[in-house]
Structures are given as C-alpha cells and as structure tokens.
Design a protein around this ligand. Structure first.
Ligand SMILES: *Cc1c(COP(=O)(O)O)cnc(C)c1O
Length: 451
C-alpha cells in the first residue's frame, strides 16, 4: 500500500488513478502533509462548469468553497473567458516598470472609483499584497520623518498570507509556529469575533469592548506603530469569525487619533462575499473612509488568473513622489499588472455592473439560510451568515473531524473544507436552488457521518 504511487502506472489504472500517481510523484501540493495522501484521496480535476468540478472518470464535485474562495461566477464562465481570449490576441504581457497598457489603466480607474483609493500597486498573490501594504506603510512613515514607526499589529486569529512578512502578522498557530524564529514580531489585539463574547453581551457591545483594548494598546505604543492590519468583518481562515462593523469604525477613529495606518485586508471578503462590494462598506460609505490601504486578490479575477492589488490614497502616494529615487517604492514582481489577469478582472467587474450581483446574492443567501434549517438537529452551534458566507460550528470529540468531513464530503461529491470544527459554505454566486438544497442536505449527512 505504502508509496504505491512510486510504482509504474499500469494500464488497468483509471485515468484518475494515473493522474493521481503522477501528481504524487512530481507535484508538492500546497498546505498539505504529503504523507496523508497515502490514505486520503487526491482528486484530479479535468474540467469545471458552473459550481461543478469534474474528475477524469466523470465524477462531479460541488465546489462549495469556490476553489479556496477565488471563484465568483462559476467555472467556465463565457464572459470572463472571452475577455481573456481577446486580450491574448493583442498583448499577453509587458513589464509595468516604464510601460503601461489599457487593461491595467482601466482596472485601476475602476478600482479607484469603487474604493475611493486612487493609487493601485499590483502583484499576483494575496500574500504579496500584504507585503506591499506593510512595506508601503513603514516607508511612508520613514519618508515623513517618523522612522521609529516600524511595528505592526493585527487581530488574534488573523490570517494575512504565508510569506514571511505576511506570516508575521498572521495568528494561526499551525501555519506560524514552525517559522516563528524567522518572523517579524507583531502584537495581536483581542479578536471581536462574537463567538468569544461573554454570555449576555451582544456582538456590538463585545466589539466595543475589544475596541477599548485596541485603544489602550495603541495609546501606549503609537510612537512605534506603523499600521494595524485587519480582515474587515470576517476572519475567514481563522474559522469564519464574524464581528460587528462598529469595530471597524472605532478602529478607524483610534488609528486616526494616534497616527497609525489601517490596512484593510479584503483579499477574502472583497467583491461581494459579505453582502456589500467590500466589507468595509458595512462600517462606512466608502472603503477609503475606513482604510489607508486596502489589499484585494482572490475574487478579483473571478477566480481565473492570479492577481492582487494594494490601493492607497493620495496623501500616501505623495510622500513617495520625489526627485530622490530611494524615496520611491522600489518594489516589484515580474508579472506586476499582467494584462491577461487585468482583463479577467475587468470582465469580472463588468458582471457586477450588469447583473445586479449583490441584489441577486441576497436571494441566494436567503435560500441557503432556509435550507440550513435541516442542520439544526445536529450538535452544532453558532449557525451564522454574513452575505454569501454561511457557517456553523460542530460539537464533537472527534479530533479528526475536519479531515473526516472533507473525505466523507468528497465521497458524496461535495468539496467541503472545514476549518477545525467550523463547516462553511462560500460557493460561487451562480449556485441555483436545486444545488443549494442538495449541498446542504449532503452536508448534513456528511457531518453526521464525521462526528
Ligand atoms: C487567502 C488570504 C490571503 C493570502 O492570499 P494568497 O493569494 O493565498 O497569498 C491573505 N489574506 C486573507 C484574508 C486571505 O484570505
């Protein structure tokens, strides 16, 4: 059984098995203890359509997690596909230092309009956006005579990516602890996740209490603080922790009072996931009312191509604008502002404009909530939703719950990836009523099986 994949691929193997064996031989998969694949299925996908993924043997899986939260309008979307194809016929890529092109300009203009933050700096992954925002914040303070502002704070249970800088402000032990000696030191503020509230305390009261703790810390340390980085409204990777928007409002006021930047990491929650275009809009009319920097990625291209961006305001941009080269932001990635990715993003934004997506999503969310009532006979708590994110926590003694649930889900044709004991749905926005009903009923069976 062990290391079977290392033997030659015999002709009796299905197409699936052949691809699995080759993958286990040659590919080092992300966020994975590869040895687990001795027992765990690796699923070879050959095509996607809408909310469904198909493997090489024709079996299909409902993508309830939007392929790690990136897909917005389903797999194989004609509009986004067409935009990429058209761009491919004219310009696939050109370096962005010293050069520019229509897709990156148009996308920056549209993002500026949507967020109120008028200067766009691009990269390809979310973690790179985090790095850029941290570096820009630090460099802004340095350029403006505050060289002592070198430290960052974030929330408990926060997640901002896996590169060294991003991991330094992340607070998920399983990702972070191993690399602790390599990381920049940052302090974590109490999370306003309302599952942590005391009995009798509502989400708003709890958020305000956490904001008080934030204020106490910032008041004492603002001299050395560059920025507070936060996932607005939902701490996704930390277990779909929701909190009251008053926390963002207070955080903004405190950061303004003490001259500390606020970096909104909307990498997971942007582009409609929380019910508004951006999660900051639950706390104020525009992202720019809350954030000095916003990081976007994941859904930005509808899940088609890697792209991330940091948007910031004029005052910050101006602090870098100078005759001296070193005062500029000398950061780059080879694929910065890739035209194919930008055209996918423009096509994605066009869908938001044409299709009344946020309005339509309200109905989908209601359907999911109604269907989820079948789960209430299970040992669960904190059944919750925020826009298109629906979650609940399972009470079980099974220490392997999340892995069992994942495997049992796959067996039933469901791509579910619980975070610890938190099961959640974050499907593409094109999921229909029938699929919602099926998804939730199958999930009830899977959870029951995995207790
Ligand atoms: C996924 C995520 C990141 C990291 O993005 P990558 O593209 O995986 O590097 C950062 N912040 C948040 C909130 C995320 O959910």
């Amino acid at each position: 059984m062990k290391a079977q994949h290392k033997t030659s691929y015999n002709l009796l193997m299905s197409k699936n098995q052949t691809l699995i064996a080759r993958s286990l031989h040659a590919v080092w998969h992300p966020c994975t203890q590869m040895k687990h694949h001795e027992h765990f299925p690796l699923i070879p996908i050959v095509r996607g359509e809408g909310v469904w993924l198909y493997d090489a043997d024709g079996k299909r899986y409902l993508d309830t997690v939007s392929s790690w939260w990136v897909n917005l309008f389903g797999h194989n979307h004609p509009g986004i596909k067409e935009a990429i194809k058209q761009q491919l016929d004219t310009l696939e890529h050109v370096m962005l230092a010293g050069f520019t092109h229509e897709p990156v300009v148009a996308l920056s203009e549209q993002l500026a309009k949507l967020t109120g933050l008028g200067h766009a700096f691009y990269a390809s992954d979310g973690a790179s956006a985090t790095e850029i925002a941290l570096k820009m914040s630090f460099h802004y303070w340095r350029n403006t005579g505050h060289a002592k502002k070198t430290k960052f704070i974030s929330l408990q249970h926060s997640y901002h990516g896996e590169t060294l800088g991003a991991l330094g402000v992340t607070d998920v032990a399983i990702f972070k602890d191993t690399y602790a000696p390599l990381l920049l030191q940052s302090a974590q503020m109490p999370s306003p996740d309302f599952r942590l509230a005391e009995q009798g305390e509502n989400a708003e009261q709890f958020a305000l209490r956490c904001a008080c703790a934030l204020e106490t810390y910032i008041a004492a340390h603002h001299d050395e603080l560059a920025a507070f980085i936060i996932e607005p409204l939902v701490q996704c990777a930390g277990g779909m922790g929701f909190y009251h928007p008053v926390y963002l409002k207070r955080a903004r006021e405190i950061c303004t009072q003490y001259q500390v930047h606020l970096i909104a990491d909307e990498i997971a929650v942007g582009f409609g996931r929380t019910g508004k275009m951006f999660a900051c809009e639950h706390a104020a009319p525009h992202v720019s009312d809350i954030a000095d920097f916003v990081c976007l990625s994941k859904g930005i291209t509808g899940g088609y191509l890697p792209l991330s961006v940091v948007l910031t305001k004029d005052e910050i941009y101006q602090a870098f604008y100078d005759d001296r080269t070193v005062r500029g932001f000398l950061h780059s990635h080879s694929y910065t502002g890739n035209p194919l990715a930008c055209s996918a993003a423009l096509a994605t934004l066009a869908i938001f404009e044409q299709a009344q997506v946020l309005h339509h999503n309200q109905n989908i969310s209601k359907n999911i909530q109604t269907s989820m009532q079948v789960l209430t006979h299970l040992p669960i708590q904190h059944l919750r939703h925020q826009g298109m994110i629906h979650a609940f926590d399972v009470q079980t003694n099974n220490a392997q719950f999340s892995r069992d649930c994942y495997a049992n889900g796959l067996a039933k044709g469901l791509l579910l990836r619980p975070i610890g004991n938190t099961v959640y749905f974050m499907p593409p926005y094109v999921i229909n009523e029938e699929d919602i009903d099926w998804m939730v009923k199958q999930t009830a069976l899977v959870v029951q099986q995995s207790l």
